[in-house]
Design a protein around this ligand. Structure first.
Ligand SMILES: [Zn+2]
Length: 154
């Protein structure tokens, strides 16, 4: 899923739990589970990690996604009555941390980060291996609908 979708999930979990540690843990765990749903980024990921071509495409995609996620975090923080900024923050941090660790592994190939990389792509590729991926365009539209729904819970 996009960082933006994970961000909203983390924010909703923060609101639901009201506890920073629980929000972080649930955000972290649900990241892997939500990524099981095919979400159209397999071609981008394969080009980057396997074929090593069109790498600017995924860099641009991630840059836009990260900026949109930051924009929404700031929008929520400035327009919603957030009971605990600490819980809100830790829910979002937990929800996006697996992707941050994947990016750090891509950059460093550190053995310390390998477990997350393997776990992330175990879940990420679970259904894609059997049934293939969905078109990215449809996935982004679906994620916009999910985000529109999730923002009603904040
Ligand atoms: Zn992910």
């Amino acid at each position: 899923m996009t960082l933006t979708t994970h961000t909203f999930i983390g924010a909703v979990l923060a609101k639901m739990t009201g506890n920073p540690l629980l929000a972080f843990a649930l955000g972290f765990a649900t990241h892997y589970l939500v990524d099981i749903v095919p979400h159209g980024d397999n071609r981008l990921s394969e080009n980057f990690r396997v074929k090593k071509k069109k790498r600017k495409e995924i860099a641009a995609f991630l840059m836009v996604d990260a900026c949109v996620a930051i924009f929404f975090v700031l929008l929520l923080a400035n327009t919603r009555d957030i009971e605990s900024m600490r819980t809100f923050t830790w829910g979002i941090v937990g929800a996006i941390l697996p992707d941050l660790l994947v990016g750090l592994y891509d950059l460093t190939h550190s053995r310390l980060l390998r477990w997350n990389y393997r776990l992330h792509f175990f879940f990420h590729d679970l259904l894609i291996r059997k049934r293939g991926d969905v078109p990215l365009y449809y996935s982004l539209l679906a994620q916009m609908v999910i985000i529109a729904y999730l923002q009603t819970k904040l």
